[in-house]
Ligand binder design. Structure first.
Ligand code: KG4
Ligand code: ZN
Length: 341
């Protein structure tokens, strides 16, 4: 069975074809980053228009790369939320049109669950229960994947998402958008010990995060250096900031794994592409005998391959959605989607 999936929740227009449960045949991503960069972040209306202009060509490429024809497709999967409403609606309308025209079932999926499902693609034996760390531009969650379709959030951010902190600090350093990859690159040239930023752990044993404070600390450090007539080293600042954020993320993930007796951790979301996070999490897991599933960077940032896997699994468990019932939910919560998308 072939699944055709579409992802359009933010600024990547993506389509993928999956064979069976996790064999990826194609994964096409048309990124709008170059267009949004001029504005310092994603402009929702521009994102919707770009999705509309690109989506048909992206689907055609995904089918061609997979060597599949439309009539070979058995299931359509699409991201329902959370995300930008206009952007989501373009993917949904396209997916519905294919499902209707082909007479095939359609399944709406939760974007964060899809990020977690990316780990199945390169780890053929991965099955629940495991712990997932979801770190993206909009989300920071430690999720317990307890069984097929059962996702329980153990902790999340109380303010900014991890990726949001990277993007805001990058802007303060004049690195442009998106900030995460730029900080990752620049930090490699800096000394993480040169400027120390406070690690915010919140209450003892809390699995929640807070990243707004560190962003403020970086801004006030840059200001105080400027006022003192010194030029702060952007590379050292980036390295110090990155180290502080990653230290907290790794410590809390290890705490969660130990508290919940999990022996497998999967990384998910755009920030999971961060080289220091991958390295430090690798070390933390190795020290504790925990298996780490780290998807390739292209499967960490937004893509439709993860949507295809999530759609296939949900269809196998619960069947398809009705064309009338499926809609965009920009603020879809993980808990609301329990057993659902
Ligand atoms: O998962 P994603 O592509 O989109 C959302 O669902 O949000 O994540 C995008 C976020 C952005 O904040 C971006 O700066 C961050 O992931 N990101 C990174 C890296 N690559 C992308 N953050 C740190 N290091 C990276 N290498
Ligand atoms: Zn995402």
């Amino acid at each position: 069975m072939l699944t055709l999936a579409i992802e359009s929740s933010c600024d990547e227009t993506a389509a993928a074809v999956l064979k069976g449960e996790r064999r990826l045949l194609s994964n096409v991503i048309s990124s709008q980053t170059d267009i949004h960069r001029a504005f310092g972040g994603v402009v929702p209306e521009i994102a919707s228009r770009q999705h509309l202009e690109r989506i048909n060509a992206v689907v055609d490429s995904a089918l061609a790369e997979a060597g599949a024809r439309l009539c070979d497709i058995g299931l359509i999967g699409v991201t329902q939320g959370p995300g930008l409403v206009g952007a989501l609606l373009i993917g949904l309308a396209t997916a519905k049109a294919y499902a209707f025209a082909l007479g095939r079932p359609i399944v709406g999926v939760h974007h964060i669950k899809a990020h977690i499902c990316a780990a199945y693609i390169e780890n053929p034996d991965l099955e629940p229960p495991f712990l997932a760390l979801v770190v993206s531009g909009g989300h920071t969650n430690i999720v317990s994947v307890e069984a097929h379709g059962v996702f329980r959030s153990l902790g999340g951010t109380r303010d900014d998402a991890a990726g949001e902190a990277f993007d805001k600090v990058a802007r303060a350093l004049g690195l442009g958008y998106p900030g995460g990859p730029a900080i990752d690159r620049l930090a490699a040239e800096g000394d993480p010990g040169a400027v120390s930023f406070k690690r915010v752990f919140l209450e003892k044993d809390s699995l929640d995060f807070s990243f707004s404070g560190i962003k403020t600390s970086v801004l006030s450090y840059l200001n105080s250096e400027r006022q003192a007539g010194r030029e702060a080293s952007a590379a050292d600042t980036a390295a110090g900031f990155q180290q502080a954020v990653i230290d907290v993320i790794v410590a809390k993930t290890m705490l969660a794994a130990e508290a919940h007796g999990r022996k497998t951790v999967a990384l998910a979301g755009g920030v999971a592409a961060n080289s220091l996070l991958r390295r430090e999490m690798g070390r933390g897991c190795a020290e504790r005998g925990i298996r780490l599933c780290c998807p390739s960077p292209a499967l960490c940032t937004d893509n439709a391959a993860m949507v295809a896997v999530a759609a296939y699994r949900r269809y196998a468990e619960a069947g398809g959605d009705s064309l009338d019932g499926i809609d965009a939910f920009p603020g879809l919560k993980l808990a609301e989607a329990q057993g659902g998308p």
